[in-house]
Design a protein around this ligand. Sequence first.
Ligand code: ATP
Ligand code: MG
Length: 691
Amino acid sequence: QTVGNDPGRVACAELSSWVNAMWLPAKCAAAGRGVWASRLCVLRRSGSNTAAFMPEAAGFGGVSGRAALQDFSLSDGDSFWAAAARHRLSWSRPFRTVRDCDLSRGRIKWFEDGELNVSVNCLDRHVHTCPERVALIWERDERGSEVRYTYRELLEMTCRVGNLLRRRGVKKGDCVTIYMPTCPLAVASMLACARIGAAHNVVFAGFSAEALAERIRDAQSSTVITVNQGVRGGKVTELKKTVDAAVQSCPTVQQVFVAMRTEKPVTMTARDVAMEEEMLKEDVVCEPAAMSSEDILFLLYTSGSTGKPKGLVHTQAGYLLYAALTHRYVFSYQDGDVFGCVADIGWITGHSYTVYGPLANGATTVLFESTPVYPDPGRYWDMVERLKINQFYGAPTAIRLLLRYGDQWVNKYDRSSLKTLGSVGEPINTEAWEWYHRVVGEGRCPVVDTWWQTETGGICIAPKPSEPDAEIVPGMAMRPFFGIKPVLMDAEGKVLTTNNTSGALCMAQPWPGMARTIHNDHQRFIETYFRPYPGYFFTGDGAYRSKEGYYQITGRLDDVINVSGHRIGTAEIEDVVNQCPAVAESAVIGYSHSIKGEAVYAFVVLKKDVNVPEAELSKELKSIVSEKIAKYASPDLIQFVKRLPKTRSGKIMRRVLRKVVESDLDSLGDLSTLDDPTAVQEIIQGHQELL
Ligand code: ATP
Ligand code: MG
């Protein structure tokens, strides 16, 4: 079967049921062509600006070059952002005020009196100019069965979902919870919410019923969208059953839309709606709601690395503009590129750089449904070769994992399409950075270590944009993005003005992509981000500013260890430990020590097939840290473990390790985002044996 008219499309014999049932053009063509003219009317009625993208420099009043743009964005932020918003977004009502922000009160508003629709910006304007351009390449879990969707098809799918949601009573301002694997219908569901003015709340489809229920309740959703089963890494998960269990304790839920990812039928209750069946009844034209810039686009819970996840709220225009601009400039994205961000849509990275940023820019974006090691550790690079990916964006945890399997899994595949490699989520240690650069990128692709958070909406610090040929320092996020003004604070809350210094990372100016509040808890928003350093946004992370003025993230401030009065970030010690050839990864924490105040405890995972005795390795690691950092940073205790406790987004949960070492097992805190509870059990046992 061929999907779509595009000759480049992949023929695939065993497409999933919803592809077969719904999206073969043969079934949609009649409806699609028939309404073509009326869709254009809709575009005209909604006042969309259908002009193609402006040339790069024109979007900024003729200013070009990184240094000049950065100056412009900081010295006259209003003009900079106004020019960007006018040229990069299509408005149904132009904005007059650019910003109304007061960081000391946690008040953030951008383009407030303007109106637009995010789905029109991500879909309709591209359908108008290039309907047959591929919008999504769905890299299904089953290798080699990818499916492509054009912008026209994605718009049609989105409109059907939008109409269905509307018909079933979802209104502007409601919040729809989406519990789905990364797939086209999940993207269409997000965009359909945006189209009709509902907010979405995407919950990672690996979370338990309890974690899902907590997020549904907090979001007060009456509608949930899910699939019968998920398929990831060759394993089937019963997502519909998880939803059934979750909604038992969610009195607000009135309806659950169930799509079919596999053929397996599921028990449907009176509350459940067969999604594809109902979508077929819907029109492929759906009137977009005119949304004010500051209406809610989505809420999204953070990864929970440091405690109870926060439901952060992002709004329409500012978020979309920031995601689009960073996507274009940080990754040097050019029209026609295939952008491969492998993050799940359940995380902010999936929101900003799988969905909103690339689609706003009219890119072809990859939806990765699988894992880096399924069916083997060559999966990413096989995909790069097959899909001709130009920008690849992943997480250090996966890079460290793949490095353990050796270079042959990378070298097997042609990676000549790659132009830029990106990293996000945690500090990337030197060894992983170098492997990514040398082996994966063949030494010719810039590696961009991108620092940002769910709170920031998009990338804030990254090596690019930079002037052509500007240096990139391994493991450093380096340069603030346009309009971003990082500052470092000392312990007394004073701004550190010199270079070659470390401090608490704050932002001195608001930017359009930042979160507006914590859902249902504006007070917590103010207390967490704006109270610690009045007048500044506090990130919770520590950073070092080099002699040259480049930034390096040193880890979370909660994780900073104070040994005999020396403050040191965990990332720095881990980076050195990880450079030992036997080590795959490590996590360092501080524990209380009667003489030093705090001492260093390292959890170490070894590479495959390492046979050196642990005592010998311990000695070696201690001496490497003494030599490369200082004697005080050398770990007092080293525990070798099979794996580290991580969040489901792949981040090390150091707070859990601290509790284990403090023998405070009753207060491990919120574990709803913990990936694999057995890792904690193993560590508790190993810790007791070590003592
Ligand atoms: P929670 O806020 O619930 O504890 P979280 O902070 O892990 O969870 P996210 O918003 O997904 O939730 O992650 C943002 C954090 O990830 C940053 O604050 C930072 O600590 C870390 N991070 C992200 N990118 C980088 C990077 N390139 N280098 C270093 N750290 C990074
Ligand atoms: Mg955080």
